[in-house]
Design a protein around this ligand. Structure first.
Ligand code: ACO
Ligand code: ZN
Length: 440
């Protein structure tokens, strides 16, 4: 109920516009400044208005109208001018510190959520991550207020990004993570691979993609990370697990991709980590029993790395096959042993001139240049690059895991299943498929 006694309530207000009818005056008195704006008040003489206002009370009788009048403190032209001058000076100061173009700084940037690479044209030029200050290759869609800072500080464990070194240091002092969230599914010496679910660790994976985009031109996954798994490669020492690179993979790829985006941090490139993660992605494909291929298009470095990996993988299989001229040597057999798709095998063999059309026939022969293949593998061995040891993987395919986590089927379905014929090894039943299709 209104605190103001009835007798002191404002007299009935005049209609706001002629003919609009008399609207009931609200029980709460209207502030002075507002009342003066209504056109109907123009018709009220100044004296009558003063008397009217004096009759009012504000803040439960604590102030009269004159005391409640704030118009004397409203910003005037000189105040607005001073404000504009201060704002421009601050923008120019920031532009000087951050190296932004002056015009852009003067225009100011709204603090919006990420507007994408084509947003306001700002670009994070560098990140400081762990021991490295790394230059960006491409625009990454950090939120605009971060993009204005050419150098961002990134926690190497949780991948949170920060604008100021002060905030960054405070974060480092209290960040509880010393390794990526998720499961460590592979460890060999000082290298580990963590599997991180985009649904369970959304922020981490988004931050990961923002770092990845700094070095990827074509890929556009940044925020919709839930349908993906991320495999994060780390080097560990007594301080923790230091981020070196990652690749992403769709949980369910209709096109049969076993890798969406791969990125190795520039300071860690050319040490074989790219090929190591590619080898890892094929190991998972083999465990899944499905051949896989990287998502297209490949970047130049991506293609170089894949060509090099494919060649090595195929040559190793070809040279290890006992009877090289037997019908057992087929593209399907190579696919099964490498986890590569038939298309990728054919394209690699064709590039190396090892698929030759039979004269007068419509089919092709696999013609292996053994000395060349042996020399290539010897050169690869001489580089002493790290390889994946399949025995060190602790992992079950995502869909199988989802099926294992699913509640047991109702009794009538269990009966149906037990009455079905047993399957031979390697065969996949419709039951398994439908388990896999269950929401995860
Ligand atoms: N110049 C010439 N050759 C190169 C280069 C380069 N800059 N980079 C890699 N290679 C070759 C290497 O010589 C090597 O071949 P070799 O062993 O026969 O000599 C092969 O590519 C792989 O080398 P690695 O050291 O294993 O690869 P690296 O750790 O450098 O990682 C990667 C490769 C992941 C492509 C890295 O360059 C990167 O992160 N680039 C930026 C992101 C990118 O382009 N990702 C691929 C996009 S495509 C996709 O995601 C499906
Ligand atoms: Zn952190």
């Amino acid at each position: 109920p209104p605190a103001t006694p009835k007798s002191r309530q404002t007299p009935k207000a005049k209609p706001a516009t002629p003919g609009s009818g008399g609207q009931a005056q609200p029980a709460t008195p209207t502030p002075v400044a507002k009342r003066r704006k209504t056109p109907s008040k123009k018709r009220v003489s100044a004296q009558a208005e003063a008397a009217d206002l004096d009759a009012r009370v504000f803040f439960e009788n604590r102030l009269n109208a004159r005391e409640a009048d704030t118009t004397a403190y409203a910003p005037g032209d000189s105040d607005r001018l001073a404000f504009e001058e201060a704002r421009t000076a601050a923008a120019l100061e920031e532009a000087r510190e951050t190296g932004l173009p002056q015009a852009a700084a003067e225009a100011g940037t709204p603090s919006t959520p990420c507007s994408g690479a084509a947003g306001v044209g700002y670009q994070v030029k560098k990140i400081q991550l762990g021991a490295y200050e790394i230059d960006s290759w491409y625009i990454s869609p950090y939120p605009d207020e971060y993009s204005r800072h050419p150098l961002l500080y990134v926690c190497e464990f949780c991948l949170k990004y920060m604008k100021s070194v002060y905030t960054f240091r405070r974060h480092c002092a209290k960040c509880p993570l010393r390794h990526p969230p998720g499961d460590e599914i592979y460890r060999d010496g000082n290298l580990s691979v963590f599997e991180v679910d985009g649904r369970k660790n959304k922020i981490y994976c988004q931050n990961l993609c923002l770092i990845g985009k700094m070095f990827l031109d074509t890929k556009t996954l940044y925020y919709d990370v839930e349908p993906f798994l991320f495999y994060v490669l780390c080097e560990h020492d007594t301080d923790g697990y230091h981020f070196a690179g990652y690749y992403s993979k769709e949980k369910r790829s209709v096109q049969g991709y076993n890798l969406s985006c791969i990125m190795i941090l520039p300071p860690k490139q050319r040490e074989g980590y790219g090929k190591l993660l590619i080898e890892f992605s094929y190991l998972l494909s083999k465990k899944e029993g499905l051949p896989g291929s990287p998502e297209k298009p490949l970047s130049d470095f991506g293609l170089l790395s894949y060509r090099s990996y494919w060649r090595r993988a195929i040559y190793e299989i070809l040279l290890a096959m006992p009877a090289r001229d037997s019908p057992a040597v087929s593209i399907e057999a190579i696919s099964k042993k490498t986890g590569m798709t038939v298309d990728d095998i054919i394209s690699t063999l064709q590039t190396d001139g090892m698929l030759q059309r039979q004269p007068g026939l419509s089919n092709y022969a696999l013609v292996v240049d053994v000395p060349r293949a042996e020399a290539y593998l010897q050169r690869a061995r001489d580089k002493s690059l790290r390889r994946i040891d399949p025995a060190k993987l602790r992992w079950a395919p995502f869909l199988t895991k989802a099926a294992a986590d699913a509640p047991p089927p109702p009794p009538h379905l269990q009966q149906l299943r037990s009455s079905a014929a047993p399957m031979s090894d390697g065969e996949q039943s419709d039951d398994e498929q439908s388990d896999g299709d269950a929401p995860t």
